[in-house]
Write a protein that binds this ligand. Structure first.
Ligand code: DX5
Ligand code: ZN
Length: 218
């Protein structure tokens, strides 16, 4: 089993000092950067768009994982043309074109991710298992960093771990992950952590990233 991955959410960094935040991620030895795209339609907040991602990707070799919390009616070409590793769509935003969109992400050489809001049950992923490389379990309501972790999502993580069974699908968890909650999330079956505010506030992120990499996977 490959070691756990950890990607800080750059949305939680100080936008005045994004370059420093990227260097901090590099020095901490994390596995990538998580980019939260919000459009003030799918979620009640606005974050940043493709230019921000392109500019940061041009300055770091850390792989980019793009979490699209947007309405998909205008398509995702703006993101398909970026040099990113993963593009994750929300199941609740997919509509009838869902399978095609996920297939297009893969055809364009990226990994396809599927994210579930807290209220969406684990079984909802079952029709998509052949089309995805990652499942993102939200442990907060999407739209803001700095929120409190929802412990009731731990059983959903374990349920999805069972649904994935022996498929090579990454199980990513995002929202309120901190030094108190991360081990419970890994024990529940996740192998990919997104950490926002707790990462940038941590006194020793390098040590934390090392601990995450060394934690036994479920
Ligand atoms: C919320 C985003 C998360 C968030 C994580 O909609 O998807 O990635 O920025 O930040 P924390 O870890 O502070 O909850
Ligand atoms: Zn996110």
């Amino acid at each position: 089993m490959s070691p756990n991955r950890v990607s800080p959410s750059i949305f939680a960094a100080d936008f005045w000092a994004l370059g420093e935040a990227v260097r901090l991620c590099e020095e901490a030895g994390v596995d990538g950067i998580h980019y939260d795209v919000m459009d003030n339609h799918f979620v009640p907040n606005i974050s940043f768009g493709p230019k921000m991602i392109a500019d940061l990707c041009a300055r770091t070799s850390l792989p980019a994982d793009v979490h699209l919390m947007i309405d998909l009616h205008r398509g995702i070409e703006d993101y398909l043309s970026l040099p990113v590793e993963i593009i994750t769509l929300h199941l609740e935003s997919l509509g009838k074109e869902g399978h095609n969109l996920l297939k297009t992400i893969r055809q364009r050489g990226k990994k396809a991710g599927l994210s579930l809001k807290p209220a969406t049950p684990a079984v909802a992923v079952e029709p998509y298992l052949d089309d995805i490389d990652l499942i993102l379990v939200m442990t907060v309501e999407p739209g803001f960093s700095g929120q409190k972790f929802m412990p009731e999502m731990l059983s959903k993580i374990s349920e999805i771990r069972k649904i994935i069974a022996d498929r090579e699908i990454l199980l990513q968890v995002d929202g309120g992950v901190n030094r108190e909650t991360y081990q419970k999330v890994l024990k529940a079956g996740a192998n990919f952590l997104v950490i926002g505010s707790a990462f940038f506030a941590d006194s020793d992120p390098k040590n934390w990233a090392k601990q995450i990499h060394e934690e036994q996977t479920a």
